[in-house]
Ligand binder design. Structure first.
Ligand code: DQQ
Length: 448
């Protein structure tokens, strides 16, 4: 009889029990970071989706709060699905979310805190005039969801984007305009569309400073700014982003590099990761990214362990002006408060094909900071065939992979490689992917 340990994480956010998926409506209000999330209060598998709610002072230690919204109206009775928060200049908070109606039509609904002076924002009211947006003509009833945070246009009216698809295969985001958040007008054209990418879920759209070390409010416009467009592809369950330019007059976004467009280019993360969402943290002037991590477990496993999924450690996001093509992500600085003591290894030489054991003593949690230097780098050699993370850590590329084997047993029959995979590309440049291989591991799992 095998013994199974259903190990919960020690500091990644997860509910006390049951199913969780997408992060929703993250925001900072009166000293508290609020995180809402797709939650099934009754079971460890998806269903009966409500909004769970938690708060934190430091994005690391969380307090569980009562459910923020439950599916109790005709316009969300089949689920209070994903949505986003907008902080208005006068201090009000607007929450827009998708409701699946009694007929399973996806509509956008408005909710707001009952009492803004409550730092915990415990009570949420649904606008009596809901839904505020219904699927426009030509859009399928069940393919229209996940409103973004709103941004203010130069004409003084707000805009939101909602993901959908055209002709089943063209992923896209529609833009709606509003002045009061209860009445909306669909703008002509779309924010952007990419053939072959399918339904766009959880669209995220935000500005990044070209030269700067701070994040930007969603409404920031003007020179020195680029815009990131992210879509979660329903067909492949991958979060893709691209960097480009937003024309605030036509409300169109154009990728810097059409060959690296949304859904065909960069991924937000190369591991198990989906439905990510950012928000602007006005207290520390940074943009913070959450993502939902689901395990490789089966539904039966989830039911047995009584819970499913975690959120990533929040990461701050900046434009990488070194490459000009990527975002830079880093775990929020607050995570360092968890580091009690350090063990430092220097000048460790890792020969090709070797494993170097490091004696870390005893520890139940490790936060690993590793820097690797490649001794010889021969560019322009043969192009590596397998892209991204390859077929796991055993899949050799010209310079790798290399990294750390964590949660390994002495015989290395159980291990989780966290590794870098540098690749030669067809144009003679080098691309490095940061990967995790969960396939060599049976009992526990790791989150990055
Ligand atoms: N999860 C929500 C949807 C969203 C999907 C439903 C993405 O709103 O499109 O739980 O994981």
């Amino acid at each position: 009889n095998a013994m199974f340990y259903w190990q919960r994480t020690a500091y990644h956010f997860q509910p006390q029990k049951n199913w969780m998926n997408d992060p929703d409506g993250p925001l900072y209000h009166k000293g508290w970071y609020h995180l809402f999330y797709q939650y099934n209060p009754d079971s460890a598998i998806w269903g009966n989706i409500t909004w769970g709610h938690a708060v934190s002072k430091d994005l690391i230690h969380w307090f569980y709060l009562p459910l923020a919204m439950v599916p109790d109206q005709w316009y969300d009775i089949n689920g209070c699905w994903t949505g986003s928060a907008t902080l208005l200049p006068d201090g009000r908070i607007v929450m827009l979310y998708t409701g699946s109606t009694n007929d399973s039509v996806q509509v956008q609904n408005l909710a707001y805190p009952a009492n803004l002076s409550d730092p915990l924002l415990l009570q949420w009211l649904k606008y009596p005039g809901n839904p505020v947006v219904v699927p426009p003509t030509g859009i399928e009833d069940e393919e229209f969801r996940d409103p973004t945070t709103a941004w203010l246009g130069p004409d003084g009216s707000w805009r939101i984007a909602v993901g959908t698809r055209f002709n089943t295969t063209i992923g896209t985001a529609l833009v709606f305009q509003t002045t009061n958040f209860s009445d909306y007008e669909l703008l002509d054209g779309v924010l952007h569309a990419v053939p072959g990418t399918g339904m766009w879920e959880c669209v995220d759209f935000y500005p990044v400073a070209i030269n700067g070390s701070v994040g930007l409010d969603t409404t920031a416009l003007g020179p020195g700014i680029k815009h990131v467009l992210k879509a979660s592809l329903d067909d492949t369950k991958v979060d893709h982003y691209a960097i480009g330019t937003y024309d605030m007059i036509t409300d169109k976004w154009t990728p810097d590099n059409p060959e690296e467009d949304v859904g065909i280019g960069l991924k937000v993360d190369y591991g198990r990761y989906y439905a990510s969402k950012t928000f602007f943290d006005q207290s520390k002037q940074r943009r913070i990214l959450y993502g939902w991590v689901n395990e490789t477990d089966s539904e039966a496993d989830d039911l047995e362990k009584g819970w499913a999924s975690i959120q990533t450690i929040p990461r701050s996001v900046l434009y990488d002006n070194k490459t000009g093509t990527h975002l830079l992500q880093w775990p929020v600085e607050e995570v360092e408060s968890l580091r009690l003591n350090a063990t430092v290894f220097k000048d460790v030489v890792v020969e090709a094909g070797s494993v170097v054991p490091l004696d870390i003593g005893t520890a139940t949690q490790l936060d690993i900071l590793a820097e690797f230097e490649i001794e010889t780098l021969v560019l322009n050699s043969t192009e590596d065939e397998v892209s991204d993370c390859g077929d796991g850590a055993v899949d050799r590329s010209t310079y790798g992979p290399f990294g750390v084997l964590v949660i390994a047993d002495d015989s290395l029959s159980e291990l989780t490689p966290i590794y870098f995979r540098p690749l030669n590309t067809s144009d003679g440049s080098l691309e490095t992917y940061f990967c995790a291989d969960e396939t060599r591991f049976a009992l526990f799992y790791i989150c990055i």
